[in-house]
Design a protein around this ligand. Sequence first.
Ligand SMILES: NC(=O)c1ccc[n+]([C@@H]2O[C@H](COP(=O)([O-])OP(=O)(O)OC[C@H]3O[C@@H](n4cnc5c(N)ncnc54)[C@H](O)[C@@H]3O)[C@@H](O)[C@H]2O)c1
Length: 295
Amino acid sequence: MSNKDLTGKKIAITGGARGIGAATARLLADRGAAVALGDIDADLVDETAASIAAATGVRVVGLKVDVTDRDSFAAFLDEADEGLGGLDVLINNAGIMPTGEFLDESDAVTDRQLDINVHGVITGSKLAGRRFAARGSGHIVNIASVAGISAAPGVAVYCATKHAVVGLGAALHQELAPKGVTVTTIAPSFVNTELIAGLSPNWLVRQIGLVQPEDVGNAIVDAIARKRGGFRAVPKVGGAFLKALMPLPENLRNGLYGALGLQHVTLDSDESVRAAYRDRTEKTTPAKAAAKGRS
Ligand SMILES: NC(=O)c1ccc[n+]([C@@H]2O[C@H](COP(=O)([O-])OP(=O)(O)OC[C@H]3O[C@@H](n4cnc5c(N)ncnc54)[C@H](O)[C@@H]3O)[C@@H](O)[C@H]2O)c1
């Protein structure tokens, strides 16, 4: 048995219909894990689950979940548990990244990022954490971003949400370990999915910070196989670069980001290329927005 063999593991992943979630599910299934994919996109998650099941021959189920809805999330974990015959790991991966100037961002889009990227991850960590702590074992993997350890203009609220995920994971890694629950925070740089459509990673990002969804998936597989908690950037070199700049005075660091062209990567997005992503991710149900008195 290779040390990456996950036969017998039962793993749920949110945002599993496409992108990093789908690639990770495929890698987990390749290693023998049974996987429950949850996504708000019910049709696509079904298709993705069926194609991974057909390709790997392991149990893979596709389920509808809205991570912003606590009841929906709890039902997803119940159905995953039932469908797979138990649950060992939850990967909180669903997330959105609207781009644009902070002053132009509607309250509804701000709320949606907080609801999905922060509340969704907290809800998932709590619901799964309670189940895992009750039996003394389990693993929560939260997908943050290097935007959780650095910051860039054009994605201010996204940065705020990912800083929250990094902080949550750092605390839970300490708090849940004595209860037998491992907590891993994965922080990808730029990953080749629809989330970065219309952005133009410059030469430096392409050298040290642009990866494929499978690279993130492999880091997740590794963390699960080794029961490795704590923070991990993907690629490591991108995370190390950003961490090396941290001790610098903030204005000097920002000057360096500017000189290296990093601020323009997120600030100057091509909105025509990004339109489809924007349409898919920024829709908030009018009822939800109105209930919060937001527009
Ligand atoms: N792509 C990148 O460059 C990058 C970099 C760093 C971190 N990340 C993070 O990785 C995660 C996955 O991103 P991706 O690039 O695969 O994006 P993606 O848009 O390709 O996939 C995200 C999936 O989440 C689902 N989703 C959105 N809202 C949901 C909700 N309320 N409930 C359930 N599912 C929902 C979407 O339907 C979609 O299938 C996100 O948390 C993102 O912030 C991505």
